[in-house]
Design a protein around this ligand. Structure first.
Ligand SMILES: [Zn+2]
Length: 456
C-alpha cells in the first residue's frame, strides 16, 4: 500500500468523523451547508430564439421564467462578457489562433413585467432589479442581445470552422453560488435544472449538435430553424459546423449522436464508444438522465473535453489513440450523472463531480481492459504530492495540470480508498443511491460526506 493511500485512509476516517452528526441515528440528514449552500429545486424555463448570421454572429432573444425568491432582484451569469478583455478571458493566449480576439457582446435590452430595466453588471454577473413581486410569484426577464463569438478554441468560441456555444446565454445564478469572474481553470459553473426551448435559425448547410434531438423546419431563404426542447437540464450548449459528419445510434431508448469533421469511419468510432460508455454507466449508476446524448468533436484548447447536459465536447487533439479517446469520453459522459443530473458547485467544490467523473472513467476502463492494463492516474509518482488538497475551490489553482492532479486525481483516490474499506460493490451501490436521491438537485460536500458516513 502506497504512502498516499495510507494518508488518504487517514483522511477518509477523519472526514467520516468530522461530518458524522453528533446525534445518534438521525433521520435523513438535512445539513446546513458552510461553503456552498444547498439550493432548493426550482423550475426555471428558458425560451431562447437565436439567428446565426455569417459564421459567428448571433442575434438572440431570450425569455427566462422563474420563481421570485426575494431580495428585489435576480441574478444571471452571462459568461461571454469575460471574453471581451484580455485580462478577464478564461482562455489562454495559445487558444487564440490569430492572437486575442474580443468578439462582442451587445446587451440591447432587458425587460421584466413589460418594463425596460437597467441591470447592474459586474464582471460576468448581471443583477436585474425586480419590483412588485410577492415571494413565490412567477417572474419573467427578457434579454435581447447580439453575440459576436470570438475566434478562440474554447468552449465558447469559433475556430477551424466550428462554432462552440457553451455557457453562452444569461443563466440564473443560484443564490450563494454567484461569481463575477470566469476563472481560467476548471469548469466553474453552477446552475439549477430547468426546462429549455431553444430555436436556432442557421444556414441550411449547417449541422447543429445539441443536448436534445431537434425538430427541423426549412425556409425559402436557404435557412432552417431547429427547435430543441429539453426538461431537467442544467444548461444548454450547441456546437455548429458545416463540416460535421453525423452518426446516430439508438440504445435503451436513448438516441446517441456523434459529430466530427473527420469522416465517417471516425464518427462511427465515436458513436460506438459513446454507446458503450453510456450502457456501462446506466448499468452501474442507474438510467441515463436524458433522452439523447450528443458527442461533438471540436476545437478546444487546453480543454480535453467539456460536459453539458445531453452534450459533450471532445477536443480534436485528444482523438488520437482509441484508448485515450475512451478515457476522455468516459470522463465527459460520466459527467452526465455527476454534474448533469447530480449537480454541485463546480467553482467551490469541483472535487465532487471531477472526482466522480475520474473514478467512473477508471471503472469503465478497468471493466474494458482489466485491472492490470489500466493505470490509476492517482498512483503516478509525480501527482502524489498534490493529491491531498483535493477539496479546494477552483480559484486555489493557477495552473491546469496542478488542478487536475489535485482535484481530479485526489478525489478519485478518495473513492478508490473507500473501496478498500468497504469493497467496490458497496461503493457502487452507494453511488447508485446517491444518484437516485440527488438527481436534478445540487449536493454539497458536507451532504456528500454525510451520505457516505450514514450509508448502511
Ligand atoms: Zn471533468
Amino acid at each position: 500500500m502506497k504512502w498516499t493511500t495510507l494518508i488518504l485512509l487517514g483522511i477518509v476516517i477523519f472526514l467520516l468523523f468530522l461530518w458524522q452528526p453528533s446525534v445518534p441515528k438521525p433521520a435523513p440528514v438535512r445539513t446546513e451547508p458552510e461553503s456552498s449552500p444547498a439550493v432548493a429545486v426550482r423550475e426555471p424555463f428558458y425560451r431562447i430564439e437565436a439567428r446565426l448570421e455569417g459564421e459567428r454572429r448571433l442575434e438572440v432573444r431570450q425569455q427566462v421564467e422563474f420563481t421570485y425568491s426575494g431580495g428585489g432582484r435576480v441574478r444571471f451569469h452571462f459568461w461571454p462578457l469575460a471574453f471581451s478583455r484580455e485580462d478577464t478571458t478564461p482562455a489562454p493566449p495559445e487558444a487564440y489562433p490569430y492572437g486575442f480576439d474580443a468578439g462582442a457582446v451587445d446587451l440591447h435590452t432587458v425587460t421584466t413585467g413589460g418594463q425596460k430595466v437597467d441591470p447592474e453588471i459586474e464582471g460576468v454577473l448581471i443583477t436585474v432589479p425586480l419590483t412588485g413581486l410577492d415571494l413565490g410569484e412567477k417572474a419573467t426577464v427578457t434579454f435581447e442581445y447580439t453575440l459576436e463569438v470570438p475566434r478562440v478554441r474554447y468552449r465558447y468560441g469559433y475556430a477551424d470552422h466550428i462554432l462552440n456555444l457553451g455557457n453562452w446565454f444569461p443563466i440564473l445564478a443560484p443564490e450563494g453560488h454567484e461569481s463575477t469572474k470566469y476563472p481560467p481553470v476548471g469548469d466553474p459553473f453552477t446552475s439549477l435544472v430547468g426546462n429549455y426551448e431553444v430555436k436556432i435559425t442557421v444556414p441550411q448547410k449547417k449541422i447543429v449538435a445539441a443536448g436534445t434531438s431537434g425538430e427541423e423546419q426549412t425556409h425559402k431563404d436557404e435557412t432552417k430553424t431547429i427547435v430543441f426542447q429539453g426538461n431537467n437540464m442544467r444548461d444548454f450548449a450547441l456546437v455548429i459546423s458545416s463540416d460535421f459528419v453525423v452518426a446516430r445510434r439508438q440504445v435503451d431508448g436513448v438516441v446517441v449522436y456523434a459529430y466530427s469533421p473527420e469522416g465517417f469511419n471516425h464518427v462511427r468510432r465515436l458513436v460506438n464508444t459513446a454507446v458503450d460508455v453510456l450502457q456501462y454507466y446506466a448499468a452501474v449508476f442507474g438510467p441515463y438522465p436524458y433522452p439523447s446524448l450528443a458527442v461533438a468533436e471540436t476545437s478546444l484548447y487546453p480543454l480535453q473535453g467539456m460536459e453539458y447536459p445531453g452534450l459533450v465536447m471532445i477536443s480534436s487533439r485528444e482523438v488520437i489513440t482509441p484508448k485515450r479517446l475512451q478515457w476522455i469520453l468516459a470522463h465527459e459522459i460520466a459527467h452526465q450523472w455527476w454534474y448533469g443530473a447530480v449537480g454541485n458547485d463546480q467553482l467551490q467544490e469541483p472535487w465532487i463531480d471531477e472526482g466522480l467523473a475520474t473514478y467512473s472513467a477508471y471503472l469503465y476502463m478497468e471493466n474494458l481492459y482489466g485491472k492490470e492494463n489500466v493505470e490509476k492516474p492517482w498512483e503516478r509518482k509525480e501527482t502524489q504530492a498534490a493529491l491531498l488538497d483535493f477539496y479546494q475551490p477552483v480559484t486555489a489553482f493557477q495552473e491546469r495540470t496542478q488542478y487536475i492532479d489535485t482535484v481530479y486525481h485526489g478525489a478519485a483516490l478518495y473513492w478508490d480508498t473507500l473501496e478498500q474499506f468497504v469493497g467496490r460493490e458497496k461503493v457502487l451501490r452507494l453511488l447508485k443511491e446517491l444518484y437516485h436521491k440527488y438527481r436534478f438537485k445540487i449536493i454539497n460536500g458536507k451532504e456528500m460526506m454525510n451520505f457516505v458516513a450514514n450509508y448502511k
